[in-house]
Design a binder for this molecule. Structure first.
Ligand code: ATP
Length: 242
């Protein structure tokens, strides 16, 4: 892995590196700050210099892009596990890419697909974790958020936390390559903050409502709509409380 100071986006750093040379699976860039950190559909990811974590990981897709949907879910669970192992309570996930503590957003995951010149499908997995958010975070983020520092005692090492998140995510990615999403599905459901709750899915102009019933074997969200279970997936789908 390499540690960089200020980057535009750590995902872009990995993409550029992977086009310039052969990277081993799991190669990572840890950045101290991003000037153009992003979430899904170009939304901004507030990434000030200080002591948050901005990690991007290079990961070839053994099963082609079909396997990509599960990626952000297994990475979310791996981050949630790492937070739980720190002693943090009430850790949860929101489909498909966010990690929450006490219903406030603490980490976000952005999986972007790419392909190498030899045709192999690859991905870049970006993980933004609020570790200790500087003051201005309160104004810059337009939804409820939190950071690790608010939930654990003062005596912690940033490197150890970064290392344990990275280790957990690498283990999860290796498991995912071998066994797919199945071994992680029950865990996702146990962390899912909207399980059995009324939710609305927004898909461009269209919205649908129902009760969230977890995920299917590929990572699609399952919605109970008047007794019928319908699956939804795709980069355009956003989940909100109904
Ligand atoms: P969805 O993925 O369902 O559309 P979302 O609106 O949370 O949900 P994301 O792409 O997951 O979108 O994340 C980007 C959003 O996260 C931003 O629009 C902002 O509201 C919020 N955000 C930005 N930076 C941070 C941060 N450091 N910590 C927590 N939340 C942040």
């Amino acid at each position: 892995l390499e540690v960089q100071s200020v980057v535009g986006s750590s995902n872009d750093e990995i993409r550029t590196l992977s086009h310039a040379k052969a990277l081993p699976a799991g190669y990572a860039v840890f950045a101290e700050a991003q000037t153009a950190g992003r979430g899904r559909r170009g939304k901004p990811w507030f990434s000030p210099f200080g002591s948050n974590l901005y990690i991007s990981i290079y990961w070839p897709l053994t099963d082609g892009i079909n396997s990509a949907m599960g990626l952000s879910l297994v990475v979310g669970v791996a981050v949630a596990d790492a937070l739980t192992a720190l002693g943090i309570k009430d850790v949860g996930v929101k489909w498909p890419n966010d990690v929450y503590v006490e219903h406030k957003k603490l980490a976000g995951i952005l999986v972007e697909l790419d392909s190498r010149s030899d045709g192999q499908s690859t991905s870049v997995i970006g993980i933004g974790v609020n570790l200790r958010m500087p003051e201005q975070g309160a104004k810059a983020i337009d939804q409820r958020w939190t950071d690790i520092a608010a939930h654990i005692s003062a005596d912690w090492s940033r490197n150890a936390i970064a290392g344990s998140i990275y280790r957990n995510v690498l283990d999860a990615l290796e498991r995912f390559s071998q066994y797919g999403l199945e071994p992680t599905r029950n865990k996702w459901v146990s962390y899912d903050i909207y399980l059995n709750q009324p939710v609305t899915l927004m898909m461009g102009q269209r919205t649908v409502s129902g009760i969230c019933r977890g995920i299917d074997e590929n990572g699609a969200i399952l919605l109970d709509q008047q007794g019928s279970i319908i699956r939804y997936f795709g980069g355009e789908v956003s989940l909100r409380a109904a």
